[in-house]
Design a protein around this ligand. Structure first.
Ligand code: 6MM
Ligand code: ZN
Length: 368
């Protein structure tokens, strides 16, 4: 049902395919974030046109609204959204700690109040799996205990140990052949803790392995270092997914360190805020400098925004027209999708290092 096929490597970079019952996921690959069953502002066909093979949904958000039983009654996440490719759902581990109002963590569960109506919700490893099964995602994530960095070492160790125990409970609860379960490595920025955690989870039967606890505000170099000493301890025959990452530079730096899959709100969130990703770095469309610019964002981009001029896009944002965020979200996801396609080609050609350096040079020093 689920199989990771390693096609080739170039240094630390891997070119592969993650085979799933709903189709193949080309790696390295980027997953657009569809938190509430929609990639904000885009139709599912527009998302497909960006080259995405798999999209992400969120257990925490969908549990609160419209509710996992409602999603199930509407035929499950795929049918409800109209996406018949693979869907990965995050477990709620991160959202409870980043969005959930006052939460309490015991061995049994993470308890929080809904940020929507204040209802008290108890998220156990078993309940997270139950929700993800009701949503019908192809890949489920274990429930983990994510803590904000920086944190005292004792707190990092405590959350790490709980995350491993919760991963085992998720493994026991996840009994569907058609739904993969990915483990999540924690351990802060500590080399020893990360390697211990990766090794312990690698000894358990998971279909994939995520590196969690990063992209939480740490300096990019610390993220890259941490990924670099974690991936060698993950199984080479399973996909590796770096959660919540990142900028185009983050993607290439982490692909160089053995990461296969990514998700991040940046392309869509920044798109809604008039920031465009291009090979020359970020373009802030509200800037007056674009007022009379007749050029598209990028000459060779097939997206919906690049049929128009920068001047028009700026006008849409200045006027507060809803088309602005829609067009720029499409461009940014197309940029990420094309970047991943170019990366896969570069790895196959044994040119990844040259390709990465050329991209970094084009993006400049403070790219995004
Ligand atoms: C809260 C919100 C919407 O999620 C995004 C975004 O803000 C923001 C805030 O600032 C940026 C960095 C741009 O990204 O951080 C989030 C992206 N970083 C991230 N997502 C994660 C999801 C995770 N899920 C689980 N189960 N376990 C994890 O350890 C985990 C770690 C993660 N790290
Ligand atoms: Zn474009």
């Amino acid at each position: 049902m689920f199989r990771y096929e390693l096609i080739g490597t170039d240094g630390g970079a891997r070119r592969g395919v993650f085979h799933t019952p709903r189709g193949p996921v080309r790696t390295p690959g980027f997953m657009p974030v569809g938190t509430l069953g929609t990639v904000k502002g885009l139709t599912i066909d527009q998302v497909a046109a960006t080259g995405a093979d798999m999209i992400l949904g969120n257990t925490y958000h969908l549990r609160l609204r419209p509710g996992h039983e409602t999603v199930a009654a509407l035929g499950g996440l795929h049918k409800m959204c109209g996406w018949d490719g693979p869907i990965l759902t995050d477990s709620g581990g991160f959202q409870v700690f980043s969005l959930g109002a006052i939460n309490k963590v015991t061995e049994h569960a993470a308890t929080f109040r809904s940020h929507i109506d204040g209802a008290k919700i108890e998220l156990t490893p078993e309940h997270s799996i139950e929700i993800q099964q009701a949503l019908g995602s192809d890949v489920a994530m274990v429930l983990d205990h994510v803590i904000a960095l920086p944190a005292p070492m004792t707190q990092v160790e405590d959350a790490l140990a709980r995350s491993i125990r919760w991963a085992a409970r998720c493994r026991d609860a996840a009994d569907r052949q058609d739904q993969a379960l990915f483990a999540i490595v924690q351990g802060g920025l500590d080399r020893t803790l990360r390697q211990q955690c990766a090794t312990e989870l690698a000894a358990m039967p998971f279909e994939g392995y995520a590196v969690g606890g990063l992209s939480v505000g740490e300096p990019p170099e610390d993220m890259y270092t941490t990924t670099g000493f974690t991936t060698p301890h993950l199984p080479a025959d399973k996909p590796r997914y770096l959660m919540g990452v990142g900028t185009p530079r983050d993607l290439l730096e982490n692909i160089a360190r053995g990461i296969d899959l990514f998700d991040c709100v940046m392309p869509t969130r920044n798109g809604r805020n008039a920031l465009a990703f291009t090979d020359e770095g970020a373009i802030k469309l509200r800037n007056a400098v674009h007022k009379l610019d007749t050029r598209p964002l990028m000459e060779d981009c097939p997206c919906l925004a690049c049929r128009h001029s920068r001047g028009y896009l700026r006008h849409l944002f200045v006027a507060g027209e809803m088309l602005g965020p829609i067009l720029l979200s499409h461009h940014n996801l197309m940029y990420y999708g094309r970047l991943m396609q170019q990366t896969r080609d570069a790895i196959e050609a044994g040119q990844f290092e040259t390709f990465k350096n050329a991209k970094l040079a084009g993006w400049g020093h403070e790219p995004f």
